[in-house]
Design a protein around this ligand. Structure first.
Ligand SMILES: [Zn+2]
Ligand SMILES: [Zn+2]
Ligand SMILES: [Zn+2]
Ligand SMILES: [Zn+2]
Length: 611
């Protein structure tokens, strides 16, 4: 079944997402055009063409009228009335206000309420199935607008269309449906009579076209890009759609009048509903119960959620107060503090010379930490000749992130026990603990790994034992050398700025890459792919990829996932220095694909990731 499925697929994945286009529907050619489709396509084209006249008819007057009209038809008409009130019954309004808002929705020219609500309810009922009217599994453009002029697709699926009896019962909605086009023509004539061609262009053209695309984005982008696979929360779409972009929240709690469920998830439509509720107009306003929300997160809430993420802090460990400070913790904390304080002198000692030396030093540290400590020593993702391995490891030593034996041991424990109580830096203890708190909490580390015998391969090499024994002397020696060579500016920029920067970018892989970003692979942890961490860590930010395929020398698995360290390894391989370079197999990728896991509980659907 699996292999049969793979053969039928092959339409590729939508860029920057893990949505695989499983089926193909022709948008323009090689399909049947009914007269209804042609009318619809021309209608949509008409408003687009009209809006092309915008630059030549611009007046501030027309602009602000279009904006005002967009607010009325968009937030009151479509978002609040068509969607949250009529389609989902998330709130109640007095009939006179409901009909007024619905009429404003009619003027957004997105068809009458009976049609709109029916299609939208089918979307929720059959989401991502073959009967979903606009699933992105037919491709981005189909979900965005192609389905609108493909009545064959809609008709053959919902012949009776009887999921909207509550509106059909009401004479007002039946009347609107029967006379729909006359309201649009009437409105157009009115606009023209009032403000001439500029009003027509800006209100009927620009406003309508903009309204189309932001509505369409909820159907397309919010099922493609953003947090969570399939339906997603998408900040940009939420801003242009008055809150409709928190679409993963919406699919989880369809009945909720509030879509932005966090304080920072801007949801203008919800603020409006709150206002109407406060003056007694909106009633029966529905919200997710605490029980239904928390059951989706985790059983044991407790210390709250890390902002802008769905990581719950389950356990608490005191960072500074009311904890035991061992001598080694105090030394460690002072050490880290020392480099931070040194970095504060940067503005007063700036020279381009010191700056570029620090930059060069940072590149060498990256070779040491990212390529050698992490990919080579901790994960054995490839091999280097011993002289080169030791040279690179020595660059890592000078990055002042402890000796290879310690670093590799801690990191292997991280992978082994990820997110459990034995993980040395899981964010389930909070952001700051995972970022740097764990470093000066030796009690936490020591009580967990007393023997620390997961790094015998390095302990058996005299070089690494020597480094471990003499570690601090290398650091002091390096500091003295820098001072002798370039004075205080070199010390500040290379030991201060470069080392501190190196600390934090490494720490971000442990903290941010287990909190914020996208998950593509079905790993048993919170790891994420985070593009901005990847940018500043030479590719280490593709951390969900890394947890899925620990052995892989390549972390950025897509062509657009920039992974500088991988390019260096490729170069070393091409000149014969790197050997045994490991990358994930196609088979392993299919097994780990999150898209496949999620779809596997949907009947008759097979999904495969593309390499
Ligand atoms: Zn909905
Ligand atoms: Zn949806
Ligand atoms: Zn790793
Ligand atoms: Zn990790």
């Amino acid at each position: 079944m699996w292999s049969r499925g793979t053969k039928e697929l092959g339409h590729g994945r939508i860029y920057f997402s893990n949505v695989v286009v499983e089926r193909k529907r022709n948008l323009f050619w090689g399909r049947k055009w009914r007269s209804l489709d042609i009318k619809m396509a021309f209608g949509i084209l008409f408003f687009h063409v009209l809006s092309l006249f915008a630059p030549v008819t611009f007046t501030w007057d027309a602009f602000w009228m279009a904006f005002f009209s967009y607010l009325l038809s968009g937030v009151l008409g479509i978002t609040m009335c068509y969607h949250r009130l009529l389609a989902h019954h998330s709130l109640k309004l007095p009939k006179w206000l409901e009909y007024t808002c619905a009429y404003l929705g009619v003027q957004a020219i997105q068809r009458d309420p009976i049609y709109w609500v029916s299609i939208h309810r089918y979307h929720h009922q059959y989401v991502e199935l073959e009967k979903d009217p606009h699933t992105p599994t037919y491709g981005f453009w189909f979900s965005h607008m192609g389905w609108l002029f493909d009545s064959g697709y809609i008709m053959e699926k919902y012949q009776e269309r009887k999921n909207v009896e509550d509106l059909k019962n009401q004479a007002f909605y039946r009347f609107i449906k029967r006379t729909y086009l006359w309201h649009i023509f009437g409105f157009g004539a009115l606009v023209y009579a009032w403000g001439g061609f500029p009003y027509l262009v800006w209100i009927m053209g620009v406003r309508t076209t903009w309204g189309y695309h932001v509505t369409f984005l909820v159907n397309s982008a919010c099922h493609i890009w953003g947090h969570q696979p399939w339906n997603t929360n998408d900040l940009l779409v939420a801003i242009v759609t008055f809150g409709e972009g928190w679409h993963n929240n919406h699919h989880a709690f369809e009945y909720s009048a509030r879509h932005g469920l966090e304080w920072w998830q801007i949801d203008l439509c919800w603020y409006l509903i709150r206002f109407l509720e406060s003056i007694g107009l909106a009633t029966n306003v529905k919200l997710p119960t605490h029980g239904s929300m928390s059951s989706r997160d985790t059983k044991e809430l407790g210390h709250g959620r890390i902002y802008f993420s769905n990581v719950i802090v389950k356990r608490k460990r005191n960072l500074f107060w009311r904890r035991k400070w061992r001598a080694v913790d105090i030394k460690m904390a002072f050490g880290i503090l020392f480099f931070h304080v040194l970095a504060l002198f940067a503005p007063f000692t700036f020279t381009w010379d010191a700056f570029w030396m620090a930059f060069l030093g940072h590149l060498l540290s990256a070779v040491g930490i990212t390529m050698c400590y992490h990919r080579l020593l901790a994960h054995r993702s490839f091999k280097l000749p011993k002289w080169l391995e030791y040279t690179c490891a020595y660059f890592g030593v000078l990055a002042i992130q402890r000796d290879p034996i310690y670093w590799v041991s801690i990191h292997r424990y991280h992978h082994q026990y990820v997110e459990s109580e034995k993980d040395p830096h899981t964010p389930t203890y909070g952001f700051w603990f995972s970022h740097m708190g764990w470093l000066f909490d030796s009690g936490f580390i020591m009580e967990k790994y007393q023997e620390r015998n997961n790094v015998e391969d390095l302990k058996s090499q005299a070089f690494y034992r020597f480094i471990k024994r003499t570690y601090l002397w290398h650091i002091f020696g390096f500091g003295v050398l820098l001072y002798a060579w370039g004075g205080f500016p070199y010390l500040v920029w290379i030991m201060g700025v470069k080392v501190t920067w190196g600390f934090h970018v490494t720490f971000l892989v442990n903290s941010a890459c287990h909190i914020w970003g996208n998950r593509v692979w079905n790993t048993d942890d919170l790891s994420t792919n985070n593009w901005w961490v990847a940018m500043i860590t030479f590719g280490e930010g593709w951390h969900n990829n890394h947890h899925a395929f620990e052995y892989s020398a390549r972390h950025g698995l897509e062509w657009w996932q920039i992974d500088l360290c991988w390019y260096v390894i490729c170069f070393l391989e091409s000149i014969g220095l790197a050997t045994n370079v490991k990358v994930p197999t196609q088979d392993h990728k299919s097994k780990k694909s999150l898209a496949r896991t999620i779809k596997s509980n949907v009947p008759h659907k097979i999904i495969t990731p593309k390499g």
